[in-house]
Unconditional design. Structure first.
Length: 317
């Protein structure tokens, strides 16, 4: 059983670079690095980490340099999950045989973007969860294939203009709504799944520490604001993230053992969804009169999803 790390204050927590260096090539204001640091700084345990191909991997491991002060594996776009599951299985086998060189049990964490998680690596993640590996899988969900120039993924929300769903005179951008990955992962009977956002750092610490204390596969869906593809000023990452959580576009909740749903953040003042959309260039065409129906649809869907979450919390289903 790992010891729970005591976090004294935000400054110490957010600036400590013992595990993940500030020296990396991510865009200024990229939420990926904030989230990674929040996760790694939430524990004192030894860590075995992996990253799928994507912005995080490409920008933190430029040969011969690395930003990672832990064991770290990069394998393919689709399979950081399986690489980490393999490391976890090997650790267990060596422990059983008594051939480990240290008596400390590390934590095993795989990172992947939404393209890697929701789409191309999905079957590998599903397999790891079905087999019940003792690992945490973290999706850095920026709702787009950022590293390859901004193609839509199945996490891209309605109305978003991407290079493969461009808004113009004949289109308002992405037509479909994003996949509900948390429900899909909960349906694997995972002992713990949770949605987190970097602006709500105390909520993040609590969930990550719960995840590390849980035996079995843990899924974390982390909203990761992307200054380049969402098109906002790099100084506004946390402000945009606040709008996401306070408009309930990105609700914060957890699901334990597939059924026990807890909402972990209820904004005192819920802000209109259009305030969140209006802060980002990827949605700017939605404010043209001909696209007013998409703005209405956004608000309606967000209200309906929040209502459903509250009913699921009450019903424990
Ligand atoms: C099997 C395979 N398909 C496609 C690629 C090309 N590729 C590399 S990174 C990337 C986009 C990554 O998107 P995402 O997983 O959302 O991470 P982000 O860069 O947005 O953080 C793609 C398509 C690849 N490396 N391997
Ligand atoms: S493109 Fe987006 S996800 Fe990639 S490094 Fe820049 S801000 Fe981060
Ligand atoms: Mg992405």
């Amino acid at each position: 059983m790992s010891e729970i790390k005591k976090i004294k204050n935000l400054k110490e927590f957010s600036t400590s670079a013992d595990r993940f260096e500030g020296a990396n090539l991510l865009c200024p204001g990229c939420a990926h690095s904030i989230i990674v640091r929040e996760i790694l700084n939430a524990t004192n345990d030894d860590l075995i980490l992996g990253s799928s191909t994507g912005c995080l991997e490409v920008c933190t491991a430029v040969y011969p340099y690395t930003s990672w002060d832990n064991s770290w594996i990069h394998i393919g776009f689709e399979n950081s999950s399986t690489a980490i599951a393999g490391a976890e299985a090997m650790h267990k086998a060596k422990k059983r045989k008594g051939t480990l060189i240290s008596d400390r049990d590390p934590k095993f964490v795989a990172f992947g973007g939404d393209g890697s998680t929701y789409d191309i690596g999905f079957q590998w993640i599903s397999g790891c969860f079905e087999r019940g590996h003792d690992m945490m899988y973290v999706c850095l969900d920026n709702e787009v294939y950022a590293n390859t120039g901004g193609q839509r993924s199945s996490a891209t929300p309605i109305g978003s203009s991407t290079v493969t769903t461009p808004a113009g005179s004949h289109s308002y951008g992405e037509k479909k709504d994003k996949k509900d990955m948390l429900s899909i992962m909960a349906a694997h009977n995972a002992p713990y799944v949770a949605q987190v956002a970097p602006n709500k750092w105390k909520d993040m610490i609590k969930k990550i520490q719960t995840g590390f204390a849980t035996e079995g596969p843990v899924y974390i869906n982390a909203m990761s604001a992307c200054t380049t593809e969402w098109k906002f000023d790099p100084a506004d990452t946390i402000a945009v993230s606040d709008l996401a959580t306070d408009s309930l576009v990105f609700p914060l909740y957890e699901i334990i053992n597939g059924t026990e749903l807890n909402i972990t953040y209820r904004p005192k003042n819920i802000v209109p969804v259009k305030d969140y959309l209006g802060a980002q260039g990827r949605f700017k065409h939605l404010f043209k009169p001909e696209n007013a129906h998409v703005l209405d649809e956004w608000q309606k869907r967000t209200d309906a999803k929040w209502d459903l979450l509250q009913r699921r919390e009450e019903a424990r289903v």
